[in-house]
Design a binder for this molecule. Structure first.
Ligand SMILES: C[S@@+](CC[C@H](N)C(=O)[O-])C[C@H]1O[C@@H](n2cnc3c(N)ncnc32)[C@H](O)[C@@H]1O
Length: 251
């Protein structure tokens, strides 16, 4: 039998770390290739699967190797309460770019223009997965596959197309850029083909993104409040898209 620790050490640098049971569950559910998964308590992990994820229980049973607690702790930067960790293969960029560029689209692409906060990026990827968005594109230097973003996204990077691009490489489609100075979102229907663009936590929309925008859109907000948090802005906008006829994926 292959030694999971040797496989782990060989693959770790080039793989996506799935930190915790929920990240592994989501990644498997959405078709990630997972060459190695470990836990210090297989029985507890499979009991969680029975309770929370019977659809992937057999897959997890086949994947999970039990290792001593000290070994598990040596493989991860921070132990997770579920003591489950796995490595996944990052999906090929070309496949994502194809999905992002494909028209007609059945759901918008979310664009984060130079986001700074890894936790916000993870929360947005989780939202995009939940609403069935076509993908999440980031501009700027933040790596949307950074381990902290993957942790924040609960393994849902595998449920949507996540890539970093420059503004001049954005996929086709009308850009609806969110900005407090824009037109009230409540009077608008956001098309499925839209790129929904959000500015940086520090400085809002960049000049380049504003130049590419077809519409500026505002979320309702009292005048005394300067702005909303980035991830909550994405949540409200995707909710508005779905509530005005955007089609969430069938369950
Ligand atoms: C934290 S805000 C940016 C605040 C930044 N200090 C600025 O000068 O714009 C991050 C992003 O969330 C979106 N956002 C926040 N509040 C909004 C609102 N009321 N209407 C539309 N978009 C909003 C915008 O895309 C904004 O660029």
């Amino acid at each position: 039998m292959t030694d999971p620790v040797r496989v782990w050490r060989r693959l770790a640098d080039a793989s996506v770390l799935l930190d915790g049971f929920h990240a592994l569950k989501h990644a498997v559910r959405f078709g990630a290739e997972v060459p190695v998964a470990v836990t210090d308590d297989r029985r507890a992990a499979l009991a969680l699967a029975d309770e929370l994820a019977p659809d992937v229980r057999d897959a997890l049973d086949a994947l999970l190797a039990e290792v001593p607690t000290a070994t598990y702790r040596s493989l991860v930067p921070r132990p997770h309460p579920t003591a489950v960790a796995a490595l996944a293969v990052r999906p090929p960029r070309a496949a994502h770019l194809g999905r992002l560029a494909h028209l007609p689209r059945t759901a918008p692409v979310v664009v984060l223009d130079n986001p700074r906060n890894l936790g916000n990026a993870g929360a947005v990827i989780r939202l995009a997965a939940g609403f069935g968005a076509t993908g999440v594109v980031t501009t700027g230097t933040l790596d949307p596959w950074h381990p902290t973003v993957v942790r924040g996204g609960a393994g849902l990077h595998f449920a949507t197309a996540v890539e970093r691009l420059d503004v001049d490489e954005l996929p086709p489609g009308p850009v609806f850029a969110l900005d407090p100075e824009g037109e009230d979102i409540r009077g608008l229907k956001l098309p499925d083909e839209a790129l929904l663009a959000f500015g940086s936590e520090r400085s809002g929309l960049s000049r380049a993104l504003r130049a590419r925008a077809d519409h500026l859109v505002a979320l309702p907000m009292r005048p005394q409040v300067s702005s909303y948090n980035l991830a909550t802005s994405v949540a409200m906008t995707l909710y508005h898209w779905s509530a005005t006829g955007g089609a969430p994926h069938p369950r």
